[in-house]
Design a protein around this ligand. Sequence first.
Ligand code: SF4
Ligand SMILES: [Zn+2]
Length: 347
Amino acid sequence: MNEITSFCQSFKKKFVPRPQNPRQPVRCWQEKDVLNDAIVDAYVIILRTKGCSWALSSGCTMCGYFNDSMFASISEEDLLAQFDTSIKGYKNQPFVKIFTSGSFLDPTEIPTRVQHHILTTLNNTAEKISVESRPEYVTEKHLQEIEEKIPLQKLEVGIGLETSNDLVREKAINKGFTFQDYLRATKLLQHQKIGVKTYVLLKPPFLTEQESLTDCLSTAKDTADSTDLLSLNPTNIQRHTIVEYLWNRDQYRPPWLWSIIEFLRQSTKLTDAFVKCDVVAGGSIRGAHNCGVCDKKVLHAIQQFSLTQDTEVFEGLSCSCQEQWRDQLHLESLSFGSLVDFSRWKP
Ligand code: SF4
Ligand SMILES: [Zn+2]
């Protein structure tokens, strides 16, 4: 096992899961999303599971989803009870997104019988059902079984590729799969006419702001033939992760919102995929942020772009902190490690 893998593992060894109700989902809510070029209401369900199998054995450097996981097996009955509770707030929205903080298609996380029950139930009302999975759980057999329950064209599978660069994925993210693994899975999904969503990570640890921006743009180009949707994930500081460890030592700053805009602007020339960005903890010290003065209007523009693909929403956005961001892009390569986040740095 390499050092980054065992370092990620060490955070889980010390971790004590808080008591949680296995019959209650993490959260459910409604939000806007795009379906067949129209803005529609989407219903989002986060199920509480044992956790991502990869996180339980080691995990990614930025991922703290396991903080919400049970870290122990959950029975089929409990998972079904969670889904029953979730569905109480469902108002027949045409688009349903199911997150598990892991892989919906992993049968050790969501048993096949439960997967099928959820999909069959939603099939009556939903036009599109979005789930997430690591590529190893995307198999022909598995998809054939699902096809017996729902038309596969209704399905969208999101894969956290993060980057098309194997070195960055292995050494900076500790993702545990290769670009080839991703290509194999997306080929299979495309063959079955299943929608593909690809997550790209902005600012993994150990990369400078400029290196990461360049890496994300290369990834947009490299995945252009493999994905229908590209979702940029700006790193936020989640608890009990390597990113938090570095951040506590002033060795990591979450990405600038200006970098997100730069990516969104340029990506439209590199891929025909629909490009979006949901900024988790945006504007806060633990999330992607600017100076604090302009964050709200910049976040609003990112949200608007993510629904419309219209780069004009970025016109007229400016703030004095852009100079600081540009300086970071140019100067960080000369520093040793990530530059300090000056907004939180107290001498
Ligand atoms: S980012 Fe995805 S694959 Fe990595 S540990 Fe988290 S849930 Fe698992
Ligand atoms: Zn600003």
